[in-house]
Ligand binder design. Structure first.
Ligand code: B12
Ligand code: SF4
Length: 475
C-alpha cells in the first residue's frame, strides 16, 4: 500500500524536536513492504498547502498522523496545538476517502477525545512501530483491526480500545533512518538533539503523570549493547548531539549505569544529554560514568524540595533525597538543569519558600533552575480525581483537550507570580516558562548554532538573560 505519515508538530520551543516516533513508524511500515512517505510539517510555511500537494503526489491508501503535543503544558502562556488537527483531517478527507489513523504521545494520553475531535478512523496507542504494520496488514486483508493490541476506535459513537501487551526493542531497532524521512540539517541548525530511548515504562506513581499511559508501568528495557551500538552508528554519521528521552533515565539504576559504563569504554564521541534524572538514583558512581561517557548536560526533575508537596505529588522521594542529590551533583562537573513545579497539592507559601531556599543554598550559580507553575490535569490521573473533589475541576473529560491546570487552593497566584518575579530578578540562572516561552527563542537557537554554540543552550542561561536585559527586555 501507499502510506503517508504526517508529522504534525510545528512547535519550536525550547527547540524543534525531531519526530523520532513518526520516523520509527515509517521505517517499520517500509520494512513490512509498503511504499512510505513522510511529510514533516515542522518547517513548512503553509502546512495545509504542503499537505494538499503531498496527497496529490503520493495518492495514499492510508494516512497516519503523528500527534506529539496536545498543548504546550504552560499555564502562563497556553497554546492548544490539538486545534491544528481538524483542518489537517478535513484536508485529507477532501482529497481521499482512505482511512486516517492517529498515533503519537498525545494520542496515548487522550485517545477518545482526539478521535472524537478529529473524526479519524483509528488511533494507535503507544508503540506504533509494532502496532501500525499490524493495523495495515489487518486492513488490507479485510480483518478486524480491533483484535490488535494497542488499537482504539469509535464504534457507533462508543469509544473502544484493545489494551493488550506489546513487545518492543525485540529487534534492537532503536533509531530510525532519520535522513531517509526528514530534513535533519534543518533540525540541527536549530540546536535540536537526536532522541533515543533506552527503555519504556515507569514504576513510579506521580499523581499527575501521563507517561505510564503512554509507555506502561512495567519496564521494557533495551539491551545496553544495542544502545551503545546505536549511539556509535549515529555518531559515525555525524549525529553527535544525542538526548536520552526516557521518562526517567536513571531508573532502573543498573541499566543506566551499564549504558554509561559501556559508552565510557567505547567512547563514540557523542555529546550526550538527559533531562530526566530522578534524585533517588543519583550517586558518584553514576555521575562519574556519565562524565566519562560524554554527557554535556543533565536535568533533574525534582518538582519541589518540600516534603509536603513531594508527598502530595506522590513523587516517591523526599526532600532529603533532593538535598542528597544536590550534594552529589556539586561534587561533579556536569552542567545541571533543575526542574521544579509550583502549585501541586499541599503547596503553600511556606513550601514555595522551602523550595526557593533549597535552590539558593544548593544550586550552583553556573547551573540552572527552571520553575513551572500549575500542573496540567489529564483525564484518568489521580490529580484529576483530586481536582474534582476539591471543586477545582468541573468540566467533563471531553472538554479537557483545552488545557486545564491544577493550582493548590492554599496558594495565592498573585503572590507566587510576584515572588517568582523577584527570585528571577535576583538570580540570573533561574528561568520560568515566561523566559523559555520567549517568542524569539527559535531565532535564538538559530543564532546560537551560527555562532557555534553547542546544545544545550540552557547552559548559557546567565549570559543570555544578562544580554537580553542589556537590550531592555524584562527576562
Ligand atoms: C523527552 C521528551 C521531551 C524532550 C524532547 C527531547 C528530544 N530531543 O526529542 C523535551 C524536554 C525537549 C520535551 C519538550 C516538550 N514536551 Co515532551 N516529552 C518527552 C517524552 C518524555 C518522550 C518523548 C519521546 O521522544 N519518546 C520516544 C518516541 C520514540 O516516542 P513517540 O514520539 O511517542 O512515538 C511512538 C508512539 O507515540 C507512536 N507514534 C508516533 N507517531 C506515530 C504516528 C503514527 C501514524 C502511529 C501509528 C504511531 C505513532 O509510535 C512511536 C514509536 O513507538 C514524552 C513523554 C513520553 N513518555 O512519551 C513527553 C511529551 C511528549 N512531551 C509533552 C509536552 C507537552 C512537551 C512540551 C510542549 C512542553 C513540556 N512541558 O514538556 C515540549 C514541546 C517540545 C516541542 N518542540 O514539541 C507531552 C505531549 C502530550 C501532551 N500532554 O500534550 C508528553 C507526552 C509529556 C506529557 N506531559 O504528557 N519533551
Ligand atoms: S517518575 Fe516521571 S514518568 Fe514516572 S510516574 Fe513520576 S513523573 Fe511519571
Amino acid at each position: 500500500m501507499n502510506i503517508l505519515i504526517v508529522a504534525t508538530n510545528r512547535y519550536g520551543s525550547p527547540v524543534p524536536v525531531m519526530p523520532v516516533g513518526a520516523c520509527l513508524v515509517a521505517d517499520a511500515a517500509e520494512k513490512a513492504g509498503h511504499r512510505v512517505r513522510v511529510l514533516d510539517l515542522m518547517f513548512e510555511q503553509n502546512p495545509l498547502d504542503a499537505l494538499k500537494s503531498e496527497l496529490d503526489k503520493s495518492n495514499p491508501d492510508f494516512v497516519g498522523l503523528s500527534v506529539r503535543n496536545i498543548d504546550n503544558n504552560d499555564m502562563q502562556n497556553p497554546v492548544a496545538f490539538f486545534k491544528d488537527l481538524k483542518p489537517l483531517v478535513d484536508t485529507i478527507r477532501s482529497k481521499t476517502p482512505e482511512p486516517v489513523v492517529l498515533g503519537g504521545a498525545a494520542v496515548s494520553v487522550m485517545p477518545e477525545e482526539l478521535l472524537r475531535y478529529t473524526g479519524a478512523d483509528w488511533a494507535v496507542l503507544g508503540d506504533g512501530e509494532v502496532i501500525f504494520p499490524k493495523l495495515l496488514a489487518a486492513l488490507s486483508q479485510g480483518e478486524i483491526p480491533g483484535k490488535i493490541p494497542g488499537i482504539a476506535w469509535l464504534e457507533d459513537g462508543v469509544f473502544k480500545k484493545n489494551t493488550g501487551y506489546v513487545t518492543r526493542f525485540s529487534d534492537g531497532c532503536l533509531t530510525p533512518n532519520f535522513h531517509r524521512w526528514i530534513n535533519v540539517r534543518a533540525y540541527l541548525s536549530r540546536l535540536s538533539t537526536i532522541p533515543i530511548q533506552t527503555k519504556l515504562g515507569c514504576h513510579f506513581k506521580c499523581i499527575y503523570c501521563t507517561y505510564r499511559k503512554i509507555e506502561g508501568h512495567d519496564y521494557r528495557l533495551c539491551a545496553p549493547e544495542s544502545i551503545i551500538d546505536a549511539i556509535k552508528n549515529l555518531a559515525a554519521i555525524g549525529l553527535r548531539d544525542i538526548e536520552f528521552v526516557d521518562n526517567v533515565f536513571n531508573s532502573p539504576y543498573d541499566h543506566a549505569l551499564a549504558i554509561c559504563e559501556g559508552l565510557a569504554r567505547s567512547r563514540p564521541g557523542a555529546r550526550l544529554q538527559s533531562l530526566e534524572l530522578n534524585p533517588l538514583f543519583i550517586d558518584d558512581t553514576l555521575l562519574t560514568a556519565m562524565e566519562q561517557a560524554g554527557f554535556v548536560g543533565i536535568g533533574i526533575t525534582v518538582e519541589s524540595a518540600s516534603d509536603a508537596v513531594l508527598n502530595g505529588l506522590q513523587k516517591g522521594f523526599t526532600a532529603k533525597d533532593v538535598y542528597n542529590a544536590a550534594q552529589v551533583i556539586q561534587r561533579h562537573h556536569l552542567p545541571c538543569l533543575w526542574i521544579f513545579m509550583f502549585g501541586g497539592p499541599g503547596e503553600t507559601e511556606a513550601t514555595v519558600r522551602e523550595t526557593l531556599r533549597f535552590a539558593e543554598q544548593c544550586i550552583h550559580p553556573k547551573d540552572v533552575a527552571f520553575f513551572n507553575t500549575g500542573i496540567r490535569i489529564y483525564p484518568g490521573t489521580e490529580l484529576e480525581h483530586r481536582a474534582r473533589e476539591e471543586g477545582i475541576l468541573a468540566i467533563p473529560t471531553s472538554e479537557m483537550l483545552e488545557p486545564v491546570f491544577y493550582v493548590s487552593p492554599a496558594i495565592d497566584l498573585d503572590w507566587l507570580t510576584e515572588t517568582m518575579h523577584n527570585a528571577l530578578a535576583a538570580h540570573m540562572n533561574y528561568i520560568n516558562s515566561n523566559t523559555i516561552g520567549l517568542s524569539f527563542l527559535p531565532a535564538m537557537n538559530r543564532l546560537g548554532y551560527r555562532l557555534g554554540v553547542k546544545s544545550p543552550l540552557w547552559r548559557h542561561t546567565r549570559l543570555i538573560r544578562r544580554g537580553l536585559r542589556v537590550f531592555g527586555m524584562d527576562v
